[in-house]
Design a protein around this ligand. Structure first.
Ligand code: ADP
Ligand code: MG
Length: 241
């Protein structure tokens, strides 16, 4: 009874963190002009949780998210993803890690303007070599999941900001990442639309298999989170909500 052997993720079966940062430092440049963006950050992302990092512009949020997702390396401390030490990986291994374990969403959506919503979502699957039929099924499923299936053939310019962000979220989910990292996903949206996107992220976490890490300078976004941290001057602290 204790061991069903049915766990989808061997790394989370024993309760291990999906992503673990220990004493992470990130300094840009050197000497007098050095910027210490992160000064000893500890963070554990557990499965199926919505974590929000709050902080003003320039507080280090994007730096932290980039390191958590393997886009960037720390200049000090350690980062483990799925129990594996990222600093010890080759650039190619980190690329694979980003493709398989982590999905990114940015405030500027980053959709290809001349492709339809469905085609945009299909791009990473094409790169990953998923066969056409499987690709189409998966694209349809994630578009449905984010509530934009009826706009599958629309191009980005024919979609509102909120709809474009839904497509970007679908694209990130299509790769079936264990962690979805969203850097100010509501930054270019009005308050009401931003809240809908935040609710969507909440629903994605609740529906099962993905952990979501969001950076925001909007204090209200924290209301739907499981864990909230404040980043200030490169230091991360649990928020006293
Ligand atoms: P946030 O996302 O909270 O606005 P960032 O992580 O972008 O914060 O930036 C944190 C600090 O690091 C800022 O002082 C910023 O100017 C600096 N910084 C960010 N990226 C770079 C870079 N590539 N080169 C030099 N400084 C950088
Ligand atoms: Mg930023």
């Amino acid at each position: 009874m204790a061991d069903t052997g049915a766990s989808r993720s061997s790394n989370s079966a024993d309760g291990d963190a999906l992503i673990e940062l220990r004493g992470v430092e990130r300094t840009y440049g050197s000497g007098h002009t050095a910027v210490r963006a992160l000064r000893g950050v500890d963070l554990e992302l557990k499965p199926a949780r919505l974590t929000v990092i709050r902080g003003r512009s320039g507080s280090g949020k994007s730096t932290l998210l980039g390191i958590a997702g393997g886009l960037d390396l720390p200049t000090g401390g350690r980062i483990r993803v799925g129990g594996r030490d990222v600093s010890a990986m080759t650039a190619r291994e980190r690329l694979l890690l980003r493709r398989t374990e982590v999905g990114f969403v940015f405030q500027s959506f980053g959709l290809v303007p001349f492709l339809s919503a469905a085609e945009n979502v299909g791009v990473p699957l094409r790169i990953a070599g998923i066969p056409p039929q499987q690709r189409e099924e998966r694209v349809a499923r994630v578009l449905e999941e984010v509530g934009i299936a009826s706009h599958a053939r629309h191009r980005p310019a024919e979609l509102s900001g909120g709809q474009q962000q839904r497509v970007a979220i679908a694209r990130a989910l299509a790769q079936r990442p264990r962690v979805l990292i969203a850097d100010e996903p509501t930054g270019h949206l009005d308050a009401e639309t931003g809240l809908l996107i935040m609710r969507l992220l909440r629903r994605i976490v609740d529906s099962g298999t993905v952990t979501v890490l969001v950076a925001t300078h909007d204090a209200r976004m924290a209301e739907l989170a499981d864990d909230v941290f404040d980043l200030r001057d490169g230091h991360l602290r649990p928020a006293s909500i």
